[in-house]
Design a binder for this molecule. Structure first.
Ligand code: NAI
Length: 258
């Protein structure tokens, strides 16, 4: 982590969107284990409170805030609460996201579904960074990680909105990384493969057959664990990654390796 002089992360603050579930929850817990105080921002209540409770059980400090990342006023209010509770912001993991309701080729794709996915998965990341960056600048250093996807690297047939949003997250990450590199804010992205989360459960229908189909696309022969993405986020925020800027880190068991 970006540590204090004494090598600990105590006193540092992490803001995690989509922290009520899956990858976000695992990462919120991982930040807490590193000693950071954590803000669990999610539209889903009381699951965000459950994550905060899990952190407190570990002996960490956390608050849960209800936040819809598509609403600037929610994002701003959640970050105001962050500063009110913990006095600062050092790290942000902009991870809230949704999967498509159904697959359809581009010409048949519903405009409403396009808007819904772009709004949460891309505009939400922009809104979060817009309001996080001024707070991190006050500390003089910090790190942001945005969640893209394998769909940010390759095209997904029948999924134009999700593919465009996740490619967009990588472009946005690179632009913001260049904007703030000289001011000691490093902005990077993670691109998870198939990860065993509630989202994946909805995607596979939760059946053995659905899971087997997904696993067949993974060269390592299994899905990833949310903790395997959390570990990458923690590393990207750490001093070990001090020279890593604007990178889209693929953590996918080889799924997108051609
Ligand atoms: P999940 O469905 O388990 O968790 C997503 C969380 O985001 C939920 O708690 C949900 O309430 C929250 N959320 C949704 N819309 C929101 C909004 N408007 N404002 C605030 N919070 C909102 O999903 P999972 O799997 O943990 O996914 C996390 C991220 O990882 C997403 O961006 C997803 O697209 C991405 N991803 C997931 C993969 C997977 O295989 N699970 C693969 C590649 C990317």
């Amino acid at each position: 982590m970006t540590t204090n002089e004494n090598g600990s992360c105590i006193g540092k603050v992490a803001f995690v969107t989509g922290g009520a579930s899956g990858i976000g929850r695992a990462t919120a817990l991982a930040f807490a284990r590193e000693g950071a105080s954590v803000v669990v921002a999610d539209v889903s209540e009381p699951s965000n409170q459950e994550t905060a409770r899990m952190i407190e059980e570990l002996g960490g400090q956390a608050i849960a805030v209800r936040c819809d990342v598509t609403r600037a006023e929610d994002v701003k209010a959640a970050l105001d609460k962050t500063v009110e509770a913990f006095g600062r912001l050092d790290f942000a993991f902009n991870n809230a996201g949704i999967e498509p309701r159904k697959a359809a080729p581009t010409a048949e794709y519903e405009e409403e579904e396009w808007n819904r996915i772009i709004d949460i998965n891309l505009r939400g990341v922009f809104l979060c960074m817009k309001h996080e960056i001024p707070l991190i600048l006050k500390q003089g250093r910090g790190a942001i990680v945005n969640t893209s996807s394998g769909a940010g690297i390759i095209g997904i047939k029948g999924s134009p909105a999700y593919t465009a949003a996740k490619h967009g997250v990588i472009g946005l990450t690179k632009a913001a990384a260049l904007d703030y590199a000289a001011q000691n804010i490093r902005v990077n992205a993670v691109c998870p493969g198939y990860i065993d989360t509630p989202m994946m459960g909805r995607f596979t229908g939760g059946t053995d057959e659905g899971r087997a189909k997904v696993i067949a696309e993974e060269p390592v022969g299994r899905m990833g664990k949310p903790e395997e993405i959390a570990a990458a986020v923690i590393w990207l925020c750490s001093d070990a990654a001090a020279f890593v800027v604007g990178h889209a880190m693929v953590i996918d068991g080889g799924q997108t390796v051609q």
